[in-house]
Every structure is written in C-alpha cells, then in structure tokens.
Design a protein around this ligand. Structure first.
Ligand code: SF4
Length: 381
C-alpha cells in the first residue's frame, strides 16, 4: 500500500511541485510577503530568507511550448530557459517581486539578458559565478554575496544583519537534515517511497516558506517511519545530471522496472547533501564556501570533476545501486562533457551508465522507456 496516498503532508507537497503558485506561496503573498525567483541552485537563497523574502527556484512547470520565447532564443538553446522565458512572456511569473540571474551557463545568462529587456519584474540582480572553487574564488563569491545582500537591502528597504543570515542558514540546514533523513529511507531494500515521490518532495522544498515545508516533511517522515514499500522493482538506479524538476520523467523510468533510489541532480541530493557551516565568523564567507566548495558540485566548476565522480560512486555504493542514468538537456554542453568523463570513470568502477538526452517537457516517453528497459536487461536484471 502506497503510504503517501493517504498523506495530507505529501498531497500538499505534490500540489506545490505540480504548479508554480501553490497555496502556501499565495498565502505568503496575501499577507504582504515578497517572492524572489532565482535561476540556479548556485544562488545563495539564504540571503533572500535573511531579508524576509520567499526564495522561489524557477522552473517552467505547466509550460506547453516556446512560441514566444523562440523570437529570442534559437532551437539550439537548452529548452529549460526557453520554456521559462515563454511562461514569463505569457505573464505566468507576475507573482515574482524580483529575479536573480547568474552565469551558471551561457543559456541561463542569455535568459537573464532577455528577461531584463522583455519582462517587467521589479528587482533584477545578476551574480558573477567563478569557474573554480579555490580560496581566491571563495573570496570572489563572498564579495558577490555581499553585493547581493546590499542590493536586496536597498531595493526592499530592509536591514540584513549577520545574525539574520545565520538564522536563515540554520533554518535551511534544518530542511536539508530532514531531506537527508528522507533519502536514508531509500537505502532500504523496500523503500517506502519511490524516486518520483522523492522528486515531488524535493521540488516542493524550493517553492514554499521553509518553516512550513520543514513542518510538512517532519510529519511525512513520522508517517513513513517503519513502513516498507512494495519492493517489486528489477533494478536500483541513481540519476545524475542537471535540471530535472519533472516527476513524470522519473515515473517513466520507474514504469519499466527501475526504482530510482538516489540522485546527484540540482533539484535533488546536491541541494542538501551538505550543511552550511553555522559557526563561521563571517556567514557570507560560509555561504560562498558552501556553494562553491563544500556541497556536491556541477560541471560549471572545472576543478571538481574528480570530486563529482567520487560523490557519484559513493552514492551508488551507499544506496546499493545497480546502475546510473546520466540525464542531460539537449544542447547542454556542460553535462555533455561531464557525462563523457563520467562514463569512463564509472566503467572503471564496474558501474553501468546510460546517457540520456532529454527536452525540458516530458512528452513522448516511449523511447526513454525502451532505452531504460534495455539498460536494465543489459545488467541481467
Ligand atoms: S541544463 Fe545545462 S544548458 Fe540547461 S540551464 Fe542547466 S546548465 Fe544550462
């Protein structure tokens, strides 16, 4: 019996993951609260929380096409920013009081440039992201955090003290701890939740007030305590890659006998596998060190490829995975190169790896199911 089926907490999170404006976010706005959208998980959302603003990790849930956006992007651009811009041009992001862009890749940078010229959003700020994670870059990113803090303070007429940032770090870490506890359940032979449900819970955490989300997740963890899942799967899988915010894609994978038990994506484990240092003298330096060096990174950072492979291999071992799916968006050059190297590294470890290109919208899943099925069979499962 699926324990989430009767869970109010899970239902609330599922609504938050399947829409842009969920009831909790709407209540926040109705009470006069402001919402800041940000385009990449490398953006230090704790600064928005410290300013009393609600962080909203941008996604294009509900998009049906890119007709409007294709006037500004070519079809050789990643479809994630294209769908985001299309929704913005349709007015779907009017609930945002500001947007923070970052040069996490050229496609996202171009989205910000087009947004700035074509979408009327109050507060706009751009973060310059280093390509390495050494001491010089941490100082560089600390300065970027200071500039973001000052821009928020001026634009929203609030004072952001170091203690406000520390409080935001503690609250965010509390949520990360709960999410790690959720992932720990997936190490079981018969986990109480599947990969689709886990992604729902993770996406919801990027679109609700943290206090409310943490309370919901605590309740769900109590409900899942001691519960065993069906266990009727053929292979335990890990997913690596960039932006994956659509549970329907994971559902397609799990419909052919794969059970996704962990991941290394930027709506998944990379968001919470590490906590931010709560004892640091300078909380802004702690943020910079966390986002650049401490947490599992993405291929945007050129000096951490080995660390990423070690993270992937350790996750596979700890979650007893049979294989890894390397999903990536079409035309994503960063993950293209990464998957090429990961393929070789995992082969050295004897871990089967399947590279899968995808578009942002999960539409025709026939080919995906066929490839995953063949992958599972190739493992003798
Ligand atoms: S998936 Fe790749 S190309 Fe698309 S926004 Fe992310 S990093 Fe950029």
């Amino acid at each position: 019996m699926d324990p989430t089926a009767s869970s109010e907490a899970f239902a609330t999170m599922a609504e938050a993951a399947s829409t842009l404006v969920n009831p909790a976010l709407q209540r926040w706005r109705d009470d006069g609260g402001r919402v800041i959208g940000f385009l990449c998980s490398m953006v230090p959302e704790e600064l928005f929380m410290a300013a009393g603003l609600l962080p909203f990790r941008m996604r294009a849930t509900g998009s049906t096409g890119t007709d409007l956006a294709d006037a500004y992007f070519t079809n050789l651009n990643c479809s994630f920013p294209r769908h985001c811009l299309n929704l913005a041009l349709e007015g779907e992001f009017e609930f945002l009081d500001g947007v923070v862009g970052i040069n996490s890749c050229d496609h996202i940078r171009r989205l910000y440039d087009n947004w700035k010229r074509n979408v009327d959003t109050g507060f706009l700020h751009f973060i310059s992201l280093p390509r390495q994670s050494g001491p010089d870059q941490i100082q560089w990113y600390t300065q970027e955090c200071r500039m973001l803090r000052d821009a928020l303070a001026e634009s929203f007429a609030v004072e952001i003290k170091d203690d406000d940032v520390r409080a935001a770090i503690r609250l965010a870490n509390q949520g990360r701890g709960l999410q790690r506890a959720l992932y720990a359940l997936r190490k079981q032979e018969r986990p109480p939740i599947n990969g689709e449900q886990a992604l729902v819970i993770m996406v919801a955490g990027t679109a609700m007030p943290k206090e409310e989300y943490n309370a919901l997740l605590s309740r769900l963890l109590t409900e899942l305590d001691g519960v065993q899942g069906e266990g009727d799967y053929r292979a335990r899988l890990m997913i690596t890659g960039g932006i994956l915010d659509d549970p329907a894609w994971v559902r397609a994978v799990e419909s052919v006998g794969g059970l996704v038990v962990t991941d290394g994506t930027c709506f998944g484990a990379r968001l919470m596998w590490q906590d931010i240092d709560e004892e640091a003298e300078d909380p802004l330096e702690a943020l910079a060190r966390y986002y650049l060096a401490d947490r599992p990174s993405c291929p945007r950072l050129l000096d951490t490829q080995e660390k990423r492979t070690q993270f992937t291999v350790k996750m596979c071992r700890d979650f007893n995975c049979d294989g890894v799916l390397g999903e990536k968006m079409m035309f994503c050059d960063q993950w293209d190169v990464e998957n090429y190297m990961l393929d070789m590294d995992l082969a050295d470890e004897g871990i089967p790896f399947l590279r899968i290109d995808r578009e942002y919208l999960t539409s025709a899943t026939g080919q995906l199911k066929t490839r995953v099925q063949a992958f599972i069979e190739s493992m003798g499962k």
